[in-house]
Ligand binder design. Structure first.
Ligand code: SAM
Ligand code: SF4
Length: 367
């Protein structure tokens, strides 16, 4: 027995820094104790035995912010309306994906809340038989007005992107956003009865990494799930390595200030490794797309707002679903979704000799 918690049980004694680092390399406390997890294979399984049950569906490439890591400041060539899938087409993709074994859909963008008609669309998705989880990723700017409607529509969980608590830094990262609106949105989500929100911070060295401890402290009183995300070189810019703070470093910086205990998330776990500051109301997660290679546990596919399906954010291989949607070919659509799963690679190639992918804006692919 190595002192790690049983499933669903929080360990009382904080781990040492060394134990945290070892734990960090594995996936869950159960795995740490037991070795690798044996997968249950259901209908959508890729060539590496990973069960694919999660679809990220982007509904727009437009946004009311211009985050520096996601979009260029000016001259963003938005796609013409005809290029963006209609809600009917997006619904057909969702329904087909669910019939194949997708159990969770996260609606994203661009900023999904800026698309007109988003609430009725989400309400329709929420009623899809077989869909177990419906979640939304948002920058939170419009949440204050929309939280009640989203909850009533059947959205179960919200992820909110928030990279700084300081008005000036927030405005600089988002190129003009007001952090007070996001905070008001988070409060509105609580009032609307959402389960504790997930707050995603993209950590950038020299930009907002001085706020890591402040973000961790948000969980002391409130049951938020604060998740620290490694900055990814989506645009392939030179020198990106200097901006990316490895998840392990973030963890160690927090562990020097607060005692941390791992939290087991159970089978529905996402890519984050979760911890709790001893006695805190919320949890801390570490999402390490660059240095952590969570690819072994990847369970997702993505569809962009223009109907391009991809097995991986960093894959250059995309399948165009539009011909099937616009030709009324549901069997073809099903085949295409199966094919996306079958061509999923074992892992992304962001580093090392094989590094290289076509640069892209996250707002176009859907974060
Ligand atoms: N507009 C919504 C929002 O900001 O939450 C949804 C779309 S946004 C593209 C989704 C997520 O992608 C955000 O949490 C953002 O922080 C993340 N993201 C975008 N570009 C990124 C990058 N280069 N590295 C890490 N995360 C990134
Ligand atoms: Fe917009 Fe989200 Fe991209 Fe920021 S991260 S520019 S809020 S789509």
């Amino acid at each position: 027995m190595n002192g790690l918690p049983r499933k669903g049980v929080q360990r009382k004694i904080p781990l040492t820094l060394r134990q945290l680092t070892d734990y960090y390399r594995t996936n869950t406390p159960a795995e740490f104790a037991r070795g690798s997890r044996k997968g249950k294979y259901m209908e959508l399984t890729d060539s590496f035995g990973r069960r694919i049950n999660y679809l990220r569906l982007s509904v727009t490439d437009r946004c009311n912010l211009r985050c520096r890591y996601c979009m260029p400041e000016e001259g963003v060539p938005f796609l013409p309306h005809g290029a963006i899938l209609s809600y009917e087409e997006l619904f057909l993709i969702a329904r087909t994906a669910v019939s194949l074994g997708i159990e969770k859909i996260r609606v994203t963008g661009g900023e999904p809340l800026v698309r007109k008609g988003i609430v009725p669309f989400l309400a329709r998705l929420a009623k899809l038989p077989g869909l177990r989880h419906l979640a939304l990723t948002t920058n939170g700017l419009l949440l204050e007005e929309m939280a009640q409607g989203l909850r009533a529509a059947g959205v179960q969980r919200l992820n909110i992107s928030l990279d700084s608590l300081q008005p000036d830094t927030f405005a600089a990262i988002t190129r003009g956003g007001e952090v007070s609106r996001v905070m008001a949105g988070i409060a509105a989500a609580e009032r609307a009865g959402f389960p504790p929100v997930k707050i995603n911070m993209v950590v950038m060295r020299g930009v907002n990494d001085q706020e890591i401890i402040d973000f961790a402290a948000l969980t002391l009183e409130k049951p938020y799930a604060v998740r620290f995300i490694e900055y990814m070189p989506t645009a392939g810019e030179p020198g990106w390595q200097e901006l990316t703070v490895p998840g392990r470093e973030i963890l160690e910086r927090i562990a020097r200030v607060y005692p941390l205990c791992p939290v087991d998330k159970g089978e529905s776990a996402g890519p984050a490794k979760d911890f709790r500051i001893e006695g805190a109301a919320g949890t801390l997660g570490f999402i390490t797309p660059v240095f952590g290679h969570f690819c072994g546990d990847c369970n997702r596919i993505r569809v962009t707002a223009t109907g391009m399906a991809r097995g991986c954010l960093f894959s250059d291989e995309e399948l165009d679903l539009k011909p099937f949607l616009r030709g009324g070919d549901e069997a073809g659509l099903e085949q295409a979704l199966r094919r996306v799963v079958s061509i999923k690679q074992d892992r992304h190639r962001l580093s090392g000799e094989e590094a290289g992918h076509k640069p892209f804006d996250m707002s176009k692919v859907g974060g």
